[in-house]
Design a protein around this ligand. Sequence first.
Ligand code: FE
Length: 251
Amino acid sequence: MSQLTLFDNGTHKNILLEDFDAGEGVQSNQHVIVDHRSAMILDPGGNKLYTRVFTAAAKAHRGAKLEYVFCSHQDPDIVAALNGWLMTTNATGLISELWRRFIPHFGSDKLVFSRVEGIPDAGMMLQLGESELMVIPAHFLHSCGNHHILDPVSKILYTGDLGASVGTDYRVVDDFDAHVEKMEGFHKRYMSSTAALRAWVAMVRPLDIETIAPQHGALFQGKEMVGRFLDWLDGLECGIDALPDLFQLPS
Ligand code: FE
Protein backbone atom coordinates (compact mmCIF):
# COMPACT_ATOMS: atom_id res chain seq x y z
CA MET A 1 0.00 0.00 0.00
CA SER A 2 1.67 3.18 -1.10
CA GLN A 3 1.21 6.71 -2.33
CA LEU A 4 2.77 8.16 -5.42
CA THR A 5 3.00 11.95 -5.69
CA LEU A 6 2.32 12.90 -9.30
CA PHE A 7 2.63 16.65 -8.71
CA ASP A 8 3.46 18.92 -5.78
CA ASN A 9 4.18 22.66 -5.90
CA GLY A 10 3.81 23.26 -2.18
CA THR A 11 0.16 24.35 -2.22
CA HIS A 12 -1.26 21.96 -4.79
CA LYS A 13 -0.64 18.25 -4.98
CA ASN A 14 -1.88 15.21 -6.83
CA ILE A 15 -1.49 11.83 -5.22
CA LEU A 16 -2.12 8.37 -6.57
CA LEU A 17 -3.03 5.72 -4.02
CA GLU A 18 -1.79 2.49 -5.50
CA ASP A 19 -1.53 -1.23 -5.08
CA PHE A 20 -4.79 -1.86 -3.34
CA ASP A 21 -5.85 -5.42 -3.57
CA ALA A 22 -9.52 -5.63 -4.48
CA GLY A 23 -9.55 -9.41 -4.12
CA GLU A 24 -11.45 -10.79 -7.10
CA GLY A 25 -12.37 -7.25 -8.17
CA VAL A 26 -10.61 -5.40 -10.97
CA GLN A 27 -7.50 -3.41 -9.98
CA SER A 28 -8.31 0.28 -9.55
CA ASN A 29 -6.45 3.54 -8.96
CA GLN A 30 -7.64 6.14 -6.50
CA HIS A 31 -6.57 9.74 -7.00
CA VAL A 32 -6.49 12.57 -4.46
CA ILE A 33 -6.14 16.26 -5.36
CA VAL A 34 -5.26 18.76 -2.66
CA ASP A 35 -5.23 22.54 -3.12
CA HIS A 36 -4.34 24.62 -0.07
CA ARG A 37 -6.70 23.27 2.61
CA SER A 38 -9.22 21.59 0.33
CA ALA A 39 -9.12 18.05 -0.99
CA MET A 40 -11.07 15.72 -3.20
CA ILE A 41 -10.97 12.05 -4.05
CA LEU A 42 -11.74 10.70 -7.51
CA ASP A 43 -13.49 7.40 -8.14
CA PRO A 44 -12.98 6.13 -4.57
CA GLY A 45 -13.73 2.46 -5.25
CA GLY A 46 -15.94 -0.21 -3.81
CA ASN A 47 -16.64 -1.53 -0.34
CA LYS A 48 -13.81 -4.01 -0.33
CA LEU A 49 -11.30 -1.15 -0.51
CA TYR A 50 -13.18 1.40 1.52
CA THR A 51 -11.39 1.21 4.88
CA ARG A 52 -7.92 1.04 3.38
CA VAL A 53 -8.54 3.79 0.81
CA PHE A 54 -10.18 5.99 3.42
CA THR A 55 -7.16 5.69 5.73
CA ALA A 56 -4.66 6.24 2.92
CA ALA A 57 -6.63 9.19 1.52
CA ALA A 58 -6.82 10.81 4.96
CA LYS A 59 -3.04 10.52 5.19
CA ALA A 60 -2.61 11.92 1.68
CA HIS A 61 -4.71 15.02 2.37
CA ARG A 62 -3.73 15.50 6.00
CA GLY A 63 -4.30 19.11 7.02
CA ALA A 64 -6.92 19.65 4.31
CA LYS A 65 -10.65 19.06 4.37
CA LEU A 66 -12.21 16.53 2.02
CA GLU A 67 -14.64 18.68 0.02
CA TYR A 68 -15.65 16.41 -2.85
CA VAL A 69 -16.00 12.75 -3.74
CA PHE A 70 -16.07 12.73 -7.53
CA CYS A 71 -17.50 9.79 -9.46
CA SER A 72 -16.75 9.66 -13.18
CA HIS A 73 -19.72 7.33 -13.70
CA GLN A 74 -21.93 4.79 -11.93
CA ASP A 75 -19.97 1.54 -11.94
CA PRO A 76 -19.66 -0.39 -8.64
CA ASP A 77 -15.84 -0.09 -8.56
CA ILE A 78 -16.45 3.67 -8.32
CA VAL A 79 -19.59 4.36 -6.35
CA ALA A 80 -20.30 1.29 -4.21
CA ALA A 81 -18.71 2.81 -1.10
CA LEU A 82 -20.06 6.33 -1.62
CA ASN A 83 -22.41 6.05 1.35
CA GLY A 84 -19.46 5.34 3.65
CA TRP A 85 -17.54 8.35 2.35
CA LEU A 86 -20.51 10.64 2.86
CA MET A 87 -21.36 9.24 6.30
CA THR A 88 -17.84 9.76 7.66
CA THR A 89 -17.08 13.14 6.05
CA ASN A 90 -18.95 16.33 5.17
CA ALA A 91 -17.92 16.00 1.53
CA THR A 92 -20.23 16.54 -1.42
CA GLY A 93 -20.64 13.61 -3.80
CA LEU A 94 -20.54 14.49 -7.51
CA ILE A 95 -21.88 12.27 -10.27
CA SER A 96 -23.63 12.77 -13.62
CA GLU A 97 -27.20 13.93 -13.13
CA LEU A 98 -28.23 10.89 -15.18
CA TRP A 99 -27.02 8.62 -12.37
CA ARG A 100 -27.78 10.63 -9.25
CA ARG A 101 -31.12 9.00 -8.53
CA PHE A 102 -29.61 5.51 -8.86
CA ILE A 103 -27.12 6.10 -6.05
CA PRO A 104 -29.61 5.33 -3.24
CA HIS A 105 -29.73 1.74 -4.52
CA PHE A 106 -26.20 1.29 -3.17
CA GLY A 107 -27.68 1.93 0.24
CA SER A 108 -27.25 5.67 0.63
CA ASP A 109 -28.67 7.10 3.76
CA LYS A 110 -31.44 9.66 3.24
CA LEU A 111 -29.46 12.23 5.20
CA VAL A 112 -26.31 11.92 3.12
CA PHE A 113 -28.10 11.67 -0.22
CA SER A 114 -28.90 15.38 0.00
CA ARG A 115 -25.13 15.90 -0.35
CA VAL A 116 -24.98 14.10 -3.71
CA GLU A 117 -25.00 16.64 -6.52
CA GLY A 118 -25.75 15.90 -10.16
CA ILE A 119 -23.18 17.09 -12.69
CA PRO A 120 -24.89 18.56 -15.76
CA ASP A 121 -24.30 16.96 -19.15
CA ALA A 122 -22.22 19.95 -20.22
CA GLY A 123 -19.81 19.54 -17.28
CA MET A 124 -18.85 22.48 -15.07
CA MET A 125 -16.05 24.38 -13.39
CA LEU A 126 -15.27 23.22 -9.87
CA GLN A 127 -13.55 25.34 -7.25
CA LEU A 128 -11.09 23.39 -5.13
CA GLY A 129 -9.22 25.54 -2.64
CA GLU A 130 -7.73 28.34 -4.72
CA SER A 131 -7.72 26.45 -8.00
CA GLU A 132 -10.45 25.78 -10.50
CA LEU A 133 -10.83 22.32 -12.02
CA MET A 134 -12.69 21.57 -15.20
CA VAL A 135 -15.26 18.76 -15.14
CA ILE A 136 -15.55 17.80 -18.77
CA PRO A 137 -18.09 15.63 -20.60
CA ALA A 138 -17.04 12.14 -21.67
CA HIS A 139 -20.45 10.64 -22.33
CA PHE A 140 -20.68 7.15 -23.83
CA LEU A 141 -17.00 6.55 -22.88
CA HIS A 142 -18.13 4.22 -21.61
CA SER A 143 -21.16 5.26 -19.55
CA CYS A 144 -23.97 7.37 -21.03
CA GLY A 145 -23.44 9.85 -18.16
CA ASN A 146 -19.67 10.16 -17.80
CA HIS A 147 -17.26 12.96 -16.85
CA HIS A 148 -13.52 13.50 -16.59
CA ILE A 149 -11.52 16.04 -14.60
CA LEU A 150 -8.85 18.33 -15.97
CA ASP A 151 -6.59 19.83 -13.35
CA PRO A 152 -4.98 22.85 -15.04
CA VAL A 153 -2.40 23.28 -12.24
CA SER A 154 -0.78 19.83 -12.53
CA LYS A 155 -1.97 19.45 -16.15
CA ILE A 156 -3.33 16.00 -15.31
CA LEU A 157 -6.42 14.78 -17.13
CA TYR A 158 -8.24 12.12 -15.11
CA THR A 159 -10.06 9.91 -17.57
CA GLY A 160 -11.80 7.23 -15.50
CA ASP A 161 -12.18 4.11 -17.64
CA LEU A 162 -10.84 5.74 -20.79
CA GLY A 163 -7.23 4.63 -21.15
CA ALA A 164 -7.71 1.85 -18.63
CA SER A 165 -5.35 -1.09 -18.92
CA VAL A 166 -5.45 -4.50 -17.35
CA GLY A 167 -2.68 -6.89 -16.39
CA THR A 168 0.05 -4.25 -16.27
CA ASP A 169 2.84 -4.53 -13.71
CA TYR A 170 4.21 -1.04 -14.48
CA ARG A 171 2.93 2.30 -13.27
CA VAL A 172 3.84 4.48 -16.26
CA VAL A 173 3.63 3.50 -19.93
CA ASP A 174 7.01 3.66 -21.63
CA ASP A 175 6.42 1.46 -24.65
CA PHE A 176 3.14 2.57 -26.19
CA ASP A 177 3.04 -0.08 -28.92
CA ALA A 178 3.50 -2.88 -26.40
CA HIS A 179 0.91 -1.28 -24.11
CA VAL A 180 -1.87 -1.29 -26.73
CA GLU A 181 -2.68 -4.95 -26.15
CA LYS A 182 -3.34 -4.18 -22.46
CA MET A 183 -6.05 -1.66 -23.48
CA GLU A 184 -7.46 -2.92 -26.73
CA GLY A 185 -9.93 -5.60 -25.66
CA PHE A 186 -11.45 -3.42 -22.96
CA HIS A 187 -11.82 -0.35 -25.19
CA LYS A 188 -13.28 -2.26 -28.12
CA ARG A 189 -15.99 -3.83 -26.01
CA TYR A 190 -16.74 -1.18 -23.36
CA MET A 191 -16.41 2.10 -25.28
CA SER A 192 -19.63 2.75 -27.12
CA SER A 193 -18.69 4.12 -30.53
CA THR A 194 -15.98 5.51 -32.77
CA ALA A 195 -17.96 8.76 -33.15
CA ALA A 196 -17.94 9.33 -29.37
CA LEU A 197 -14.18 8.73 -29.23
CA ARG A 198 -13.53 11.09 -32.16
CA ALA A 199 -15.60 13.87 -30.60
CA TRP A 200 -13.83 13.45 -27.26
CA VAL A 201 -10.36 13.50 -28.84
CA ALA A 202 -11.26 16.67 -30.80
CA MET A 203 -12.41 18.32 -27.57
CA VAL A 204 -9.32 17.48 -25.48
CA ARG A 205 -6.63 17.75 -28.16
CA PRO A 206 -6.16 21.55 -27.72
CA LEU A 207 -5.83 21.22 -23.92
CA ASP A 208 -2.46 21.53 -22.19
CA ILE A 209 -2.08 17.99 -20.79
CA GLU A 210 1.08 16.50 -19.28
CA THR A 211 -0.44 13.33 -17.81
CA ILE A 212 -3.43 11.15 -18.52
CA ALA A 213 -4.47 9.21 -15.45
CA PRO A 214 -7.02 6.43 -15.94
CA GLN A 215 -8.81 4.66 -13.12
CA HIS A 216 -7.24 1.27 -13.93
CA GLY A 217 -3.68 0.37 -14.86
CA ALA A 218 -0.83 2.58 -16.08
CA LEU A 219 -0.48 6.36 -16.61
CA PHE A 220 0.54 8.22 -19.76
CA GLN A 221 3.16 10.85 -18.96
CA GLY A 222 4.64 13.57 -21.14
CA LYS A 223 3.21 15.35 -24.17
CA GLU A 224 4.50 12.75 -26.62
CA MET A 225 2.85 9.82 -24.83
CA VAL A 226 -0.36 11.80 -24.33
CA GLY A 227 -0.35 12.52 -28.07
CA ARG A 228 0.18 8.86 -28.92
CA PHE A 229 -2.73 7.87 -26.73
CA LEU A 230 -5.03 10.46 -28.37
CA ASP A 231 -3.91 9.32 -31.83
CA TRP A 232 -4.69 5.73 -30.92
CA LEU A 233 -8.18 6.60 -29.69
CA ASP A 234 -8.96 8.83 -32.66
CA GLY A 235 -10.86 6.55 -35.00
CA LEU A 236 -10.51 3.37 -32.94
CA GLU A 237 -13.20 0.91 -33.94
CA CYS A 238 -15.12 0.15 -30.81
CA GLY A 239 -18.51 -0.60 -29.37
CA ILE A 240 -21.29 -0.74 -31.89
CA ASP A 241 -18.86 0.01 -34.73
CA ALA A 242 -16.67 -2.98 -33.90
CA LEU A 243 -19.59 -5.30 -33.23
CA PRO A 244 -22.01 -4.91 -36.16
CA ASP A 245 -23.31 -8.45 -35.68
CA LEU A 246 -24.02 -8.06 -31.98
CA PHE A 247 -27.79 -8.34 -32.18
CA GLN A 248 -28.47 -11.88 -33.20
CA LEU A 249 -30.51 -14.33 -31.19
CA PRO A 250 -28.49 -17.14 -29.59
CA SER A 251 -29.09 -20.58 -30.96
FE1 FE B 1 -16.75 1.66 -15.76
